[in-house]
Write a protein that binds this ligand. Structure first.
Ligand code: ZN
Length: 427
């Protein structure tokens, strides 16, 4: 009897899961088709943005294009939020959750030649080498596709087009300017282009990156500089937990290694501290000792300055010591574990599972101000591969030859329009 009951329960649950998954697949297939129809136009938009890149806090033209596009879709649009930030609000005809999607839009100063000759930047010395033109285009694509589902869409979708990500100020400025008075999302999502194959999507719960810090220690000029530098370097060496031998750049080179890289459960990038350079300099009244490092454990970032201070006060430099603190601190995006699990299950129900993979460990060298939204609203930040080795396209952000296979736009819109649709309709 018990077994029979269990069998019935099992049968019902399996049917429910199957129904859910086939429903998701149907919506996804519809969205795939609709994305194909707008793809050529999205490529045009992306090329226009690529030809007219604007640096942080100067995204005037980009924000105007976004505003006009969203208004043409029939969205309610708020402009000049925290600088050139734009917020689009799409209300579905049914009741449901409120989901935010964030895309950044700024470019970077660089004189390196663009490998993509047919869409060179018109603004000399500025180029989209971090893929934010692609992020913006994917955001507009998702807005288009979800506008087409308005009748079936439960809840509200907020589109946040953020300026000044590169300076790590845009998210903070939008929030300070009342972003969360304008919108009240239950969940927030976003993505960044990475050098994986075009269409590959990676996800991970908790911290995505290592914490990046610059420590600044001040001493009085009475201290002997050489001795002080040797002392401080030896103190800092005591904290090093380096996953690999070699310089920091040797370390990043192994990040995609199938055995020890971040796609492997056995990754070595999960518990480390490594120094990214130290510097000693002085002005009239002060000797400054700066040390930049990456640390995976947030608790250590709190204890390290206190601990170093103790060591200095126990040393012969105690009388020249003035102060210690961080002069620069970049927080890591932290993906809500429960939401990551739910979002992953949803994406697995429709996306090619070979192209949707978990990551392990924490990536050094990357920063992302998406964390400032996540401090207010649970959210998940994804990586979307943009490379195509056959075409010689390499999507390593900020590298001189950075480029994106434009098909990536299609994958991004298809996957994340579907995810947002499912999330708004999920009570
Ligand atoms: Zn970026």
């Amino acid at each position: 009897m018990k077994l029979k009951l269990l069998t019935i329960v099992f049968f019902i649950v399996t049917r429910m899961l199957y129904a859910q998954s086939s429903e998701n697949t149907n919506t996804y297939q519809k969205i795939v088709k609709q994305t194909d129809e707008i793809y050529d136009n999205l490529v045009k938009i992306r090329r226009d943005l690529h030809m007219n890149p604007e640096i942080s806090k100067q995204e005037k033209r980009t924000s105007k294009i976004i505003t006009e596009y969203l208004r043409n879709l029939g969205l309610e649009v708020k402009t000049n939020v925290g600088g050139y930030g734009v917020v689009g609000i799409l209300k579905g005809d049914k009741k449901g959750k409120k989901i935010a999607w964030r895309a950044d839009m700024d470019a970077i100063k660089t004189d390196e030649p663009d490998p993509v000759t047919f869409i060179k930047s018109k603004n000399e010395g500025i180029r989209h080498i971090c893929g934010h033109d692609v992020h913006t285009t994917i955001g507009l694509g998702i807005a288009t596709i979800l506008s087409q589902q308005k009748k079936d869409l439960g809840g509200t979708v907020y589109f946040i087009f953020q300026p000044a990500e590169e300076t790590f100020t845009g998210a903070k400025d939008m929030i300070k300017d009342g972003l969360f008075n304008i919108i009240k999302p239950d969940e927030i999502y976003g993505l960044h282009i990475v050098p994986e194959a075009s269409g590959m999507i990676n996800f991970k719960a908790n911290e995505l990156f290592a914490y990046q810090r610059t420590l600044e220690v001040k001493f009085m000029p009475s201290a002997n500089e050489n001795e002080l530098e040797n002392f401080m370097n030896s103190v800092l060496k005591g904290y090093v937990r380096n996953p690999l031998k070699g310089s920091p750049w040797d370390i990043i080179n192994n990040i995609s290694d199938p055995k020890i890289g971040i796609t492997s459960k056995e990754t070595v990038y999960k518990d480390y501290f490594f120094l990214d350079g130290t510097k000693l300099y002085k002005d009239q009244d002060t000797i400054f000792f700066n040390a930049s490092f990456f640390e995976t454990n947030i608790k250590n970032t709190h204890s390290i300055p206190l601990d170093i201070k103790k060591q200095i006060l126990n040393s012969r430099f105690k009388d020249s010591f003035i102060s210690i603190g961080y002069s620069r601190a970049y927080e890591a995006p932290i993906n809500d574990p429960e939401l990551t699990k739910i979002a992953a299950q949803t994406i697995y129900s429709f996306y090619n599972e070979k192209m949707f993979k978990p990551l392990y460990g924490q990536v050094p060298y990357f920063g992302e101000d998406f964390i400032f939204y996540q401090q207010k609203v649970p959210g998940v930040f994804f990586f979307l591969g943009g490379s195509n080795t056959e075409k010689g396209v390499n999507s390593m952000p900020h590298s001189p030859n950075f480029a994106v296979d434009e098909k990536t736009i299609k994958y991004g819109v298809q996957c994340f329009a579907s995810l947002i649709f499912e999330r708004t309709n999920n009570q």
